[in-house]
Design a protein around this ligand. Structure first.
Ligand code: FAD
Length: 417
C-alpha cells in the first residue's frame, strides 16, 4: 500500500477494484470504478452491521467488497450519530445480554489502542427504576445469572452518589460499571478502516435494488458499475425497505428520532464522567449520555417518532421534541433547567415489528442475506452481529428463530427495549 498526497491509500496490485483509491479515514472521496472482478462476498452498507460483517468475513479468509452510498457512519445513517450506549441490561432477553457481553469484548480487543481509548467510554450505565418495574427487575435477574458486574442501589444510595439527579418517583437503580457509550460515527469509520486494512475493498456507490429471483450474480451501482460475488449481504439499515420493497417495505419501519445536547454550566463537572454515568429513565422512555469533550449533555427520547425516508429526511429538530426534552431535563436535572441546546441530531431507528434484529436469507434468493432491524438498540451489538452473520454465511447454519424473516410482522408491537 502507498499513501498518496491526499491521504488516500492505494492498494497496489489488488486487481480491478483494488486499482481504485481507497480512502484513509476519508471515505467520502473514493471514485466509482467498473469492475469485472468477482468477490466471495459483497456487503452492501457500511454502517455498524455491514462494516463489522465485512471485517469478520475478510478475517475468515474471504475476499470481500464493502459498498456504501454515502460513506461509513454518514450523517443519514442510523450509525451516523455522535454517541451510542452500550449496556448489558435487556430485561429477560438473555440473547441480547450475551450479544452485548461478546460485543464489549470485541470492541475492547479489536479496536486499535488509540481508537479504543477515545471511542469506547466505560463510564457506567445507571438504570433508574420505579418501585414496580418489571423490565429492570428482570434485568437484575439476567445480569446476576450471567455474571455481569453490577450493583443494586436504593434511593438513599442514589441521593448520595448522584445528588444532581432529581429522582422524583425513582426508588432504586442498577449500575453497570463497565458499560458506557461509543463514539458512534467515529468508531464505525474506524471499523471500516480496520476492514480495509485487513484487505476488504471499499467502494463508495449507491447500489440499485436487485431485481429478479434465484441466485444473485451481481449488483449494479447507480453509475452503472457491476460488482459480482458468490454471496451478498445487504446491511442497509433503514434503507432495507427501499432495497427490497416487496419483501421489507412493510416489515422495517424507519422512524424519526431526535436527540438534544444541553450545554453544561461553565466549569460544572457534575454532568461529565466520572461524576455522571450514562442513564436510562425507562419509566419516561428517556436516556442520555454525559457531556463528553464539551459536546453537551445528551438527552434522547426512546419512543418511536413518525415514519421517515432516510434519503430525504430534513434533519432539523422540531419545536415539540425540543420542548419535551427541555421539560424533562428541567425536572430530572434541575441544574440544567436554563441550559441552552448546543447541538442536536435527527436520526432514524429502523424498527422491526417487535425490536428483534433481522438476520436471514432472502426467501427467494439463497445467496442473499438480509441484515438489519437494529430497532434503536443495534449499535452496541455491531461486533457480535458481524461475527454471527459471517459465521452463518460461511457455515450455512440456520439462524435463531427470533432473527428470522418469518417472525417479522407488518404491525409494530415492541417487546425488546
Ligand atoms: C437517535 C438514535 C439513537 C440510538 N441509540 C442507540 C444506542 O444508544 N445504543 C445502541 O446500541 N443503538 C442505538 N441506536 C441504534 C443503532 O444506531 C442502529 O441500530 C445501528 O446503527 C444500525 O446500523 P446499520 O448498520 O444496520 O444501519 P446504518 O448505520 O444505517 O447503515 C446502513 C448503511 O447502508 C448504506 N446504504 C443504504 N442503501 C444503500 C445502497 N442502496 N447502496 C449502498 N449503500 C447503501 C447507508 O449509506 C448506510 O451507511 C440508535 C439509533 C438512533 C437513530
Amino acid at each position: 500500500m502507498k499513501t498518496t498526497r491526499r491521504g488516500f491509500v492505494r492498494r497496489v496490485g489488488a486487481g480491478a477494484l483494488g486499482a481504485a483509491l481507497v480512502p484513509k479515514l476519508a471515505f467520502g472521496r473514493a471514485p466509482v470504478v467498473v469492475t469485472t472482478k468477482s468477490f466471495d462476498v459483497a456487503v452492501v452498507g457500511a454502517g455498524v452491521f455491514g462494516s463489522w460483517t465485512a471485517y469478520h468475513l475478510q478475517e475468515a479468509g474471504r475476499r470481500v467488497a464493502l459498498i456504501d452510498a454515502y460513506g461509513p457512519g454518514n450523517a443519514r445513517a442510523s450509525s451516523g450519530g455522535l454517541s451510542r450506549v452500550i449496556r448489558m441490561g435487556y430485561g429477560d432477553q438473555e440473547l441480547y445480554t450475551r450479544f452485548s457481553m461478546r460485543s464489549l469484548e470485541l470492541w475492547k480487543t479489536l479496536l486499535g489502542r488509540a481508537a479504543r481509548a477515545t471511542q469506547l467510554q466505560q463510564v457506567g450505565v445507571l438504570w433508574l427504576a420505579r418501585e414496580l418495574d418489571p423490565l429492570t427487575t428482570k434485568t437484575l435477574e439476567t445480569l446476576s445469572r450471567l455474571g455481569v458486574k453490577h450493583e443494586k442501589l436504593d434511593r438513599a444510595d442514589l441521593e448520595r452518589r448522584w445528588p444532581q439527579i432529581e429522582l422524583g418517583p425513582i426508588t432504586w437503580a442498577i449500575h453497570e460499571p463497565e458499560s458506557g457509550f461509543l463514539m458512534a460515527f467515529h468508531v464505525v469509520q474506524a471499523v471500516a478502516q480496520m476492514a480495509v486494512d485487513s484487505g476488504v475493498e471499499y467502494l463508495q456507490a449507491g447500489v440499485m435494488p436487485p431485481v429478479g429471483t434465484g441466485e444473485l450474480t451481481a449488483v449494479t451501482t447507480r453509475s452503472g458499475a457491476t460488482i459480482s460475488a458468490k454471496t451478498f449481504v445487504f446491511a442497509g439499515g433503514p434503507w432495507l425497505p427501499k432495497l427490497f420493497p416487496e419483501l421489507l417495505g412493510e416489515r422495517i419501519f424507519p422512524t424519526r428520532q431526535e436527540v438534544f445536547y444541553f450545554g453544561v454550566p461553565a466549569g460544572d463537572a457534575r454532568f461529565q464522567a466520572p461524576a455522571m454515568p450514562v442513564w436510562v429513565d425507562f419509566g419516561e422512555a428517556m436516556y442520555g449520555v454525559p457531556d463528553f469533550k464539551g459536546r453537551g449533555f445528551k438527552v434522547a427520547p426512546d419512543s418511536h417518532g413518525p415514519p421517515v425516508d432516510p434519503d430525504s429526511l430534513e434533519r432539523v429538530p422540531s419545536p415539540e421534541a425540543m420542548a419535551k426534552a427541555r421539560e424533562f431535563v428541567g425536572r430530572r436535572f434541575p441544574a440544567l433547567r436554563d441550559s441552552p441546546i448546543v447541538f442536536s441530531e435527527v436520526c432514524q431507528y429502523e424498527n422491526t415489528s417487535n425490536g428483534d434484529f433481522l438476520i436471514d436469507r432472502h426467501p427467494e434468493r439463497p445467496n442473499v442475506w438480509l441484515v438489519g432491524g437494529g430497532s434503536g438498540h443495534g449499535f452496541k451489538h455491531g461486533p457480535a452481529v458481524g461475527e454471527y452473520v459471517a459465521a452463518r454465511v460461511i457455515d450455512g447454519k440456520p439462524v435463531e428463530e427470533k432473527f428470522s424473516l418469518l417472525t417479522k410482522q407488518r404491525v409494530q408491537r415492541r417487546t425488546v427495549f
